[in-house]
Design a protein around this ligand. Structure first.
Ligand SMILES: [Zn+2]
Length: 201
């Protein structure tokens, strides 16, 4: 993927996340891998609905800033996932309302209420709270690098994917499942034999 195409693509997905209120104000950060050792990442402190392609920062997967201004303070969390998972090409971190509400309460997110949750997300670990941008938070996320999606206690959610569409879909589905769990209260999850069957799909 060339850089120009990548810039347009990432900005479009940021707008979708913002317009669907999956992320609000300057919250969250999103990135996309282009080539073998470079990523595009959202800048620090900017509203995700207003980003233009030229606002994105080009970084090396070694942590070097190649072009543009100041990358998101969470860039190390993104880089850790790219470096640990060769298949990952996009990382999306947001503060969606229902996910964050579950993460503030410290409850478990049930993804087995509907088949889509099992297929798209699987088990969603809860990362303990650490200060945003800290090495402790990077290490805690890295410890669960094989998860498609994670909740971050008192903070938000993070997903990864082999494409930006996959990472985006996982975030949208994660927020849907969090909302569903909030609305349905104590509803039971699917039978375990069905969960097992769906997990293999
Ligand atoms: Zn955050």
């Amino acid at each position: 993927m060339n850089e120009e195409f990548g810039r347009g693509l990432l900005v479009n997905f940021c707008k979708m996340l913002y317009e669907r209120q999956i992320t609000v104000s300057a919250g969250g950060n999103m990135s996309l891998m282009i080539g073998d050792s470079e990523i595009l990442i959202t800048p620090s402190g900017r509203n995700k609905g207003l980003l233009e392609p030229e606002d994105l920062i080009l970084m090396g997967t070694d942590g070097s800033v190649i072009s543009g201004g100041k990358p998101s303070i969470e860039n190390k969390m993104h880089l850790a996932l790219y470096n640990l998972n060769p298949e990952t090409r996009s990382v999306v971190h947001c503060h969606p309302l229902y996910c964050t509400s579950i993460a503030v309460k410290g409850k478990e997110l049930k993804t087995e209420l509907t088949p889509e949750g099992v297929i798209l997300l699987g088990k969603v670990p809860m990362i303990p709270y650490f200060t945003p941008g800290s090495q402790e938070l990077v290490d805690a996320v890295a410890a669960h690098h094989d998860a498609k999606a994670m909740l971050m206690a008192r903070h938000g959610a993070i997903t990864q994917g082999r494409t930006i569409e996959e990472a985006y879909n996982r975030m949208e589905e994660l927020e849907f499942q969090a909302k569903l769990q909030t609305i349905t209260g104590r509803a039971k999850v699917l039978p375990s034999s069905e969960i097992e069957k769906l997990s293999r799909m």
